[in-house]
Design a protein around this ligand. Structure first.
Ligand SMILES: [Cu+2]
Length: 295
């Protein structure tokens, strides 16, 4: 009986961790953060684990104290309650203890926040993401007088075949889009995020990059990331923005610098053609890490 329970528990733990390990998209029953694709996200994952080392013991400690108090001081065992209202030693301990714990949490937390909010001075690529009910528009800054710009909509099932995106593990339902953002691996990317002037607030979020920032009409927010590996990464609008909020995903295809440059040049005159040749170069020989997305 105990052996069976132990086996079931082990299986459950493996399932939870395994589902977290192989996703650049949310997975069913995922309980952990998505695998990191940027140094910031690695730090975020580290900080989450670090915080758990404080939270779990504190929770268990409080639970045990509650149980002890409920048992030891129940009315039948303790008919005459103590009238103690002060104990200097205990008060010093429960003030100094939490202050120390909070310091241990605050220092790495502020370090991480500073790293996230310190924008790169010389980004390699500047991308502007503009949200509208309910799609994203992307513009590649610094690509001449007519910067490359396109809309990115949720990929609808009837359009899958024509787009060559029938593989549901690589192009999952409700996450795949018609036009992905294409970016070079290992380069610093600055993202300017806003929403169309008469629109509502949205949010640009890419979990495996550790990026989430509001897209506010009339305001230009800035964030950045530097990817460490190639792949196809999925995120979603993360601010409730109306009836189709769930249907404006974000897809970023991170490729080698050469492929990025070829795509950028081709996209200026023929966007669908540029995607087709990029997909032929990445999806075919599996240089895009599709295994990461396998269900
Ligand atoms: Cu939105």
């Amino acid at each position: 009986m105990i052996k069976k329970a132990y086996a079931a528990l082990t299986a459950l733990v493996c399932l939870l961790f395994a589902s977290g390990t192989y996703a650049d998209q949310p997975m069913p029953w995922q309980a952990t953060l998505q695998p990191a694709a940027t140094p910031i996200m690695r730090e975020i994952r580290w900080f989450e684990q670090y915080t758990l080392w404080f939270i779990v013991p504190i929770t268990l400690f409080v639970l045990i104290l509650l149980i002890v108090v409920c048992w030891k001081f129940r009315a039948s065992a303790n008919p005459v309650p103590s009238k103690t209202s002060h104990n200097t030693v205990i008060e010093v301990i429960w003030t100094v203890g939490p202050v120390l714990i909070l310091l241990f949490l605050a220092v790495p937390s502020f370090n991480l926040l500073t790293a996230q909010l310190t924008l790169p001075e010389n980004p390699d690529v500047t991308l502007k993401a503009t949200a509208t009910q309910w799609q994203w528009n992307y513009e590649y800054e610094g690509t001449g007088d007519n910067p490359l710009a396109f809309d990115s909509y949720l990929l609808k099932d009837p359009d899958r075949a024509a787009a060559g995106k029938t593989d549901l593990s690589t192009y999952p339902r409700l996450l795949a889009v018609d036009n992905e953002v294409v970016l070079p691996v290992g380069k610093t990317v600055r993202v300017l995020v806003t929403a169309a002037p008469t629109d509502v607030i949205h949010a640009f979020a890419m979990p495996s990059f550790g990026v989430k920032i509001d897209a506010v009409p009339g305001r230009l927010n800035e964030t950045w990331f530097k990817t460490e590996r190639e792949g196809l990464f999925y995120g979603q609008c993360s601010e409730l923005c109306g009836k189709d909020h769930a249907f404006m995903p974000i897809a970023i295809r991170v490729v080698s610098e050469d492929k990025y440059k070829q795509w950028l040049t081709a996209a200026a005159s023929d966007l669908p053609g540029a995607y087709k040749s990029l997909m032929a170069a990445t999806d075919g020989p599996k240089t895009v890490d599709v295994a990461e997305n396998a269900q």
